[in-house]
Design a protein around this ligand. Sequence first.
Ligand code: CAA
Length: 381
Amino acid sequence: MDFNFTQQQQDIINQVRDFTEKRLAPGVIERDEASEFPLDAFKEFGQMGMYGLCYPKEFGGTGIGYLPYILAVEEVSKVDASFGIAFSVNTSLYGGSVMYSTATDEQKKRFLAPVASGKAIGSFGLTEHSAGSDAAGQKTIATQDGDDYILNGTKIFNTNGPLADYTVIYALTDPSIGTKSMCAFVVEKGMEGFHVGKIENKMGIRSAKVSEMVLSNVRVNKDRMIAKPGEGFKLAMKTLDGGRIGVGAQALGIAEGAFKIAVDYMKQREQFGKPICKQQYLAFKMAELYADIEKARLVLYKAACLKEEGKPFTTAAAVAKLTCTDVAMKATTECVQMLGGNGYMKEYHVERMMRDAKITQIYEGTNEIQKLVISGGLFRK
Ligand code: CAA
């Protein structure tokens, strides 16, 4: 067990930190207010090879590793959690669906390489009005017609939906047998019948673009099918295991970002004749938060390392997601309190971080679902 970063991992952290300071910190408050996504910066980050860190070179990636990818999500999320989730969904949920599917190498080159190399943006269409925590409750139908399938349905809460060049759509070929017929396709922007529906107006991660994706008689050739009927549900679950480590990294980054702001503030802010960090009650609260963040980091990196090493990581990912997201909510709430009235004001950032933290306890499996996954693993025969 080595708790030090390799030189390569540290170089990636430094590169991401530099990008974040220059390209994401300026305007982060305004983008949140206007619900505006920094598309140019997102493309630039892709050109730096960040979306392919965990994918092999043959599929457009750099093959550097999974932990470096997680470190990069954590780093950007310290400043801009909306960017963090766009990055994570692009890489973990779109990229993961293609990479871990039974698609041929030719299909992986066609559908993964453009996203992993930063030339295109990906999105993930699983959730529906009837399929939230119960991911099996799908209604989207894929009807075979010769060499084609006709897709009909509505996906909701698609992060990157309005921006995406490629979206993975999970669908059923035979609703009477449910997930036993679940399959997955890559659908492309501009295909006839495929369009962006309602764009969500959100409490947090306001600059991330999240929407419905509507499929009305979308005709796709079978060469766009990346999971055959019966394979789709397990692919979605396997992909979400990875996505949950990404959300954990986003949440840890939010917690760390808010914590640093509070520490700096507490050293400067004087009340009762001394800096407020000299008030032991407040200092002890920060000590507790520091310990919570350190614990969250360990379980997050453990899950990432297990995945990188090809070992089972479902439970570790759920533990990481549950731990990091609860710490993010607690840390941001406490940090708003540490800043008092200023904490409630937009220019101090922590109120945005508190709003951003809330969704991490909800998406990619609510924290109640993470407890279901963890307890399921504990008591499986
Ligand atoms: N990896 C591989 N296979 C898995 C698996 C995993 N992690 N989890 C389950 N499976 C397999 C099971 O082994 C089982 O296989 P068999 O049929 O061969 O036995 C099959 O899948 C069904 O498993 P379950 O009976 O456990 O399935 P379930 O219907 O009870 O559901 C659940 C389990 C964990 C609750 C699942 O529905 C779930 O994860 N729900 C949450 C969904 C979710 O995370 N949604 C987020 C969407 S993305 C998003 O948030 C938007 C965004 O853009 C950020």
